[in-house]
Design a protein around this ligand. Structure first.
Ligand SMILES: *Cc1c(COP(=O)(O)O)cnc(C)c1O
Length: 385
């Protein structure tokens, strides 16, 4: 056995990474603002030990080899942007959008099951993690059809809603491929008229949640007070540019309080969350990023993304290339180009026969600027000659 693995291998891997400007097919910003963070980790001495966020950031904690206080600050920054009042929410930093969805579905199910056997409703274009999690948690799942834009069909929901059983609704606030936003208001109207015995609403806003909280025009799509959802999930490594998977999870305090508590004396906590150990590093990175941009910096970033998204769509329209863009989304989806382009730009494939078949998309994140859009459009024109 080798005593030591050669670092040459890591250098080779680093050298092989493609130019980041071409990474435009996935919802991950490539503008990392963490260089100075790593310097701080070295300078502060933090790198000399290992922290671990075991416990509830909002419960008193005596064990201090963690960053729970920073985590609580980060959640305190986010909560009002979603419309929560100071003492009305509970939240934590998770391992990603999936983990945040897992908590939403788990918390919701544990409340609903007191009223009968729940059914979970989610659209066919929502993120697959929701299907997987329903399976994992043993929850009966009912798929709702989508309209062409990718949003949950309100009429299909109405037809499939079983008014005799508790309903767990997972709304897509931005479907993964088309960026479609389920109409919470219209679906809430259906729920009101059918009146199931109990309802829990979880919002999967993995990508768009990060952008829309900084967009005044979109407040009606994200504000908890206006929409009345019970919990929401957002990824930390998509819009916020954290360089490892992480997410935020927020819920009404009453949801948190309704969870079964296991009093764990050696942790001084009742541990409502699924994981025991959680990262101490991601709260530090999120805190760093929030400080780096500030609200005004994020607003400028969102405005830039909005303009570049419209620009990309207008370039495709100008050449009469089949392309679509949902309102309030930063995802332009279009007829799938030649495979050389699929590879060059790391495009993800999808299929929708209602839109002519094979599709691809560009997710306009902070690093997707006019230069790369122009290069793609030139390549696309060339490929059609
Ligand atoms: C990316 C995404 C997820 C999964 O989030 P991870 O952070 O990758 O676990 C869930 N839902 C939607 C809508 C997404 O776009």
């Amino acid at each position: 056995m080798r005593e030591k693995l050669p670092n040459d291998f890591l250098n080779q891997i680093a050298a092989k990474l493609p130019n980041k400007k071409y990474r435009i097919g996935y919802p991950i910003t490539q503008n990392s603002a963490l260089k100075d963070f790593y310097k701080w980790v070295l300078d502060s001495g933090l790198c000399d030990g290992v922290l671990n966020n075991v416990g509830d950031p909002f419960a008193p904690h005596e064990y201090i080899i963690n960053s729970l206080d920073v985590e609580r600050e980060v959640m305190g920054f986010f909560a009002p942007l979603f419309g929560y009042e100071r003492d009305e929410f509970w939240g934590m930093i998770t391992t990603g959008g999936t983990d945040s969805n897992n908590h939403g579905i788990y918390f919701g199910h544990s409340i609903l099951k007191k009223h009968g056997k729940p059914i979970m409703y989610v659209s066919r274009e929502a993120h697959y993690s929701n299907y997987r999690l329903a399976d994992l948690q043993g929850i009966e799942l009912r798929f709702i059809d989508t309209d062409e834009s990718g949003a949950m069909s309100v009429s299909d929901f109405s037809a499939k809603l079983d008014s005799s059983r508790p309903a767990l609704i997972v709304f897509a606030l931005g479907t993964t491929f088309k960026g479609a936003i389920d109409d919470q208001r219209a679906i809430n109207e259906v729920i009101k008229s059918k009146n199931p015995p109990a309802v829990y609403r979880h919002v999967d806003a993995a990508l768009l949640g990060g952008l829309l909280i900084f967009d005044k025009r979109a407040e009606h799509l994200i504000n908890q007070k206006e929409l009345g959802y019970d919990s929401i999930a957002v990824s930390g490594h998509k819009f916020f540019g954290i360089d490892e998977p992480c997410g935020i999870f927020l819920c009404q305090k009453s949801v948190y309080e309704a969870q079964k508590s296991f009093n764990i004396s050696y942790l001084h906590a009742n541990m409502p969350m699924i994981e025991c150990s959680r990262s101490s590093f991601t709260p530090l990175k999120l805190y760093w990023i929030l400080n780096h941009y500030g609200i005004s910096g994020f607003k400028a970033e969102v405005e830039k993304i909005h303009e570049n998204t419209l620009y990309l769509k207008s370039c495709l329209d100008e050449m009469s290339y089949p392309a679509w863009l949902n309102a309030d989304s930063n995802i332009v989806y279009f007829a799938r180009p030649q495979s050389a382009l699929m590879h060059k730009y790391f495009f993800a494939p999808d299929h929708d026969s209602r839109l002519g078949g094979e599709l691809a998309h560009i997710v306009v994140m902070g690093h997707v600027d006019r230069d790369i859009i122009d290069e793609f459009i030139a390549d696309l024109k060339e490929s059609l000659k």
